[in-house]
Write a protein of this length. Structure first.
Length: 141
């Protein structure tokens, strides 16, 4: 319970709409789900501020080492959805990796074993530990 309340407070402080069961709003846009979910879990826009999503979308030719280019109309649509549903910025630098945000590091570094990290392959593989992540559920207690 203590961990659940801490994460809810940490995410809430970052501007994410959550409640005590660690629920984040689901993606309701089919284009975002299809395009972003083609290679990885489509991350809920609340996890980053609008400036971060814009930076990510402007750099799709080198999207974490991959060319994820989209046509202009699709990219504009996705950028609008992500930025329009983004979390609040807390004045920090524009982060492009959710896994580097303070609340994420605090919540995962002491809790996730090396074995679990290896099994997940990457800390960005939310569904490895949070089976309901795509539906906005991150409670792992």
């Amino acid at each position: 319970m203590k961990k659940t309340l801490f994460l809810a407070a940490a995410i809430g402080f970052a501007g994410l709409p959550v409640n005590a069961d660690e629920r984040v709003a689901v993606i309701r846009d089919d284009i975002v789900k299809k395009e972003c979910g083609a290679c990885h879990m489509a991350f809920q826009p609340q996890f980053l501020p609008a400036s971060s999503w814009r930076t990510i979308m402007e750099g799709l030719t080198d999207h974490f080492g991959e060319d994820a280019s989209l046509d202009e109309e699709t990219a504009r649509h996705i950028t609008g959805y992500l930025a329009g549903n983004a979390g609040r910025s807390r004045g920090a630098k524009t982060a492009i990796r959710i896994t580097e945000l303070g609340w994420f590091v605090h919540e995962h570094n002491d809790e996730v074993s090396p074995r679990a990290r290896k099994k997940a392959g990457t800390m960005a593989n939310c569904t490895a530990c949070h089976r309901g992540a795509e539906k906005g559920y991150y409670d792992d207690d």
